[in-house]
Design a protein around this ligand. Structure first.
Ligand code: NAG
Ligand code: NAG
Ligand code: NAG
Ligand code: NAG
Ligand code: NAG
Ligand code: NAG
Ligand code: NAG
Length: 290
């Protein structure tokens, strides 16, 4: 008994929340929900009743009825409803492109009355954060209606934000933080479909691994050079063991000579520069080094 009552009230609440939220002559509906637009005028003794729709994308359609019959060129999801002295327009499974102005027009012997309702369709954006191709944090609010608002903490003057219009009438907002400094960045997305702004965090770990491509390339190069050196040393050692006793080969002797030639210009250069303030000390050191 009690659980049945509970279920009933939950269902009522669901209907209230999901179906219609009338605010004077603006109706706001979440995409996919059903919408019912009520005409405020009585249709008692009407001669011609017409619903005219002006969509946000500049196209239009109409539905009309009189004792001569019914005419319509709107979507098949839209239905003209007559209930006693009232009329409404019912939209099943509302879509983003249904957004627009809906006007009921009632022609009577006493005159023509019309009433306009603006239908606003809301679509919740899908939010993602990643490192873009340039190594910067990038936040996206995909397929929102209206367009979402994106902000960052810590704030930066280097933030770039732009909008892309999607085919289905929604907007994708892309925001690039364009700086990889700082231990952590947070992208904050606000939208009418969100009770609280959504936050997406990116830690310094993800930033440094994704951002510092130069460091990565340098690291790879250093490892490769070290590996090459190791291979050379190993091959030399192998040659020596293969050839056995030949320790005084010219090749092994050549090496120290080359090293000396490399060291010599550097050493003399150091001496020349340092003589300016302390010649004796450096000379002594130079001799000692030799
Ligand atoms: C809907 O009506 C409002 C108020 O008259 C107007 O500003 C707006 O441009 C109209 N929109 C469309 C799609 O006709
Ligand atoms: C419906 O008919 C009206 C008037 O003939 C026209 O302006 C409008 O473009 C038509 N809409 C569609 C969706 O065919
Ligand atoms: C819309 O849905 C209601 C309830 O599911 C149904 O009775 C009605 O026929 C549907 N209207 C259209 C135009 O599909
Ligand atoms: C329509 O409204 C009139 C008065 O405004 C009332 O007399 C009549 O009964 C109503 N018709 C219906 C079907 O509700
Ligand atoms: C505009 O929106 C209407 C209603 O959804 C749709 O039928 C029509 O194809 C759209 N027109 C364009 C040019 O996108
Ligand atoms: C609109 O298109 C975007 C991008 O293709 C998609 O992510 C989104 O889910 C679509 N939204 C609706 C309501 O169809
Ligand atoms: C990031 O900012 C720098 C200078 O502030 C600019 O040169 C560069 O084009 C920006 N990069 C992107 C992806 O916006």
């Amino acid at each position: 008994m009690k659980s049945q009552e509970k279920a009933f009230f939950t269902f009522l609440l669901f209907l209230l929340v999901c179906l219609v939220k009338v605010k004077s002559d603006v109706l706001t509906v979440h995409v996919g929900d059903d919408a019912v637009l009520h005409c405020s005028h009585s249709i008692e003794h009407f001669a011609l009743l017409t619903w005219k729709v002006n969509f946000l994308n500049q196209s239009s359609c109409f539905m009309s009825t009189s004792n001569l019959g019914t005419q319509a060129n709107c979507s098949s999801r839209m239905q003209l409803v007559i209930d006693k002295n009232q009329t409404s327009l019912r939209i099943n499974n509302s879509m983003v492109l249904d957004d627009g102005n809906y006007t009921c027009e009632i022609a009577k012997r006493s005159g023509t009355f019309d009433y306009m309702i603006t239908l606003q369709i809301l679509a919740k954006p899908f939010v993602s954060i990643k490192i873009d191709g340039n190594g910067y944090p990038e936040c996206r609010a995909i397929g929102g209606k209206p367009a979402a608002k994106i902000s960052w903490t810590p704030e930066s003057y280097k933030v770039k934000t732009w909008n892309n219009a999607e085919q289905n009438g929604t907007t994708t907002v892309i925001s690039s933080y364009n700086t990889s400094n700082g231990p952590e960045v947070t992208c904050i997305v606000s939208h009418p479909t969100l009770a609280n702004p959504l936050e997406r965090r990116l830690s310094s770990l993800a930033l440094s691994s994704g951002a510092n491509n130069v460091t990565l390339i340098l690291g790879v190069i250093i490892v490769l050079v070290l590996l090459l050196g190791l291979i050379l040393v190993w091959r030399r050692a192998n040659l020596r063991t293969c050839l056995g006793v030949k320790k005084d080969r010219p090749a092994t002797r050549e090496n120290p000579v080359v090293v000396m030639e490399e060291v010599e210009p550097y050493a003399s250069f150091t001496v020349k520069v340092n003589t300016i303030y302390n010649s004796t000390y450096d000379l002594a050191e130079y001799k000692g080094a030799q």
